[in-house]
Ligand binder design. Sequence first.
Ligand code: SF4
Ligand code: SF4
Length: 339
Amino acid sequence: MALGFDQIGITDTNLQAEEAYHQAWIAKGFHGEMDYMAKHGVKRTRPAELVPNTLRVISARLDYLPPNALASQQVLQDNSKAFISRYALARDYHKVMRNKLQKLSEKIQSSINQTEGFNFEHRVFTDSAPVLEVALAEKAGMGWRGKHTLLLNKDHGSWFFLGEIYTNLPLPIDKPSNNHCGTCSSCMEVCPTQAIVAPYQVDARRCISYLTIELKDSIPIEFRSLIGNRVYGCDDCQLHCPWNKFAEISREPDFAIKNGLDDISLIDCFSWSEDTFKTKLAGSAIYRIGYTQWLRNIAIGLGNADTTPEVIAALQAPVNDDTAILREHITWALAQHQN
Ligand code: SF4
Ligand code: SF4
């Protein structure tokens, strides 16, 4: 595709079946502190209430796996290194996706201008508003929701981003995909924190992606050892999904790994000043969690590292961040090396 999307699907706006599923998930409190998931009432499940006149949703897939991203997953087995979720190794995808969606909208607009004189209304979304992107993509025939709740495609795995265009243009719709998880439950078995509490049910409060990215406060003690060296996100459920053997390397130059983030040492990261953090991670999704949360996560990684004089010295060294939350995580980390 000229704009660099890997797949496009179109669906109507009927998410009635999804509404009950979503509300049950919220009612169980599985969204944790992600209050934005509970806000907006039914706007999340009724696209026309979010953007009036919406009749169709154009769903777009953009593969993100950079070259070497799978080879460097060995970092997970090396507890002196910092593991970062594969999607965050490159430039923040939001701008890349938004620009492409905007260009697609412009192309649609110009083709309509030439032929029909239709008043084309549209709005683009990239994980930026109450949009149920997995449910919409599933309905648009882009794949199915796996037991880990991510979208999964039979020919392309799950290493991709989704974006949407809400529009009043009555385009023909695609057929939803079938589910191919079958009897597999690999993702549930390998999840380090048992966050997939039942098929298609993730308790975000247990998920390492939530704990390291969304949760701003102290990480509950019960999860700290289980987090291992995952300092930003977690990919285990995707790494072990059999369908990901069909995933392809991204064609998008902006998704090349930046600053060697696929192979960095915990001790090095912990020694970064706030300026270094800002410089190295400018334009990265990681930048958004901020310096304190970054150090908090790395302190946990260092607590789970082998006990060496270097690890202990790193944890005892002065840090340019005197927040209570960081001090508490450092104290926990040092205690792990005193047994
Ligand atoms: S991202 Fe990690 S912690 Fe979250 S459900 Fe998947 S395997 Fe479990
Ligand atoms: S690991 Fe198995 S159960 Fe989980 S999403 Fe993949 S195919 Fe489905």
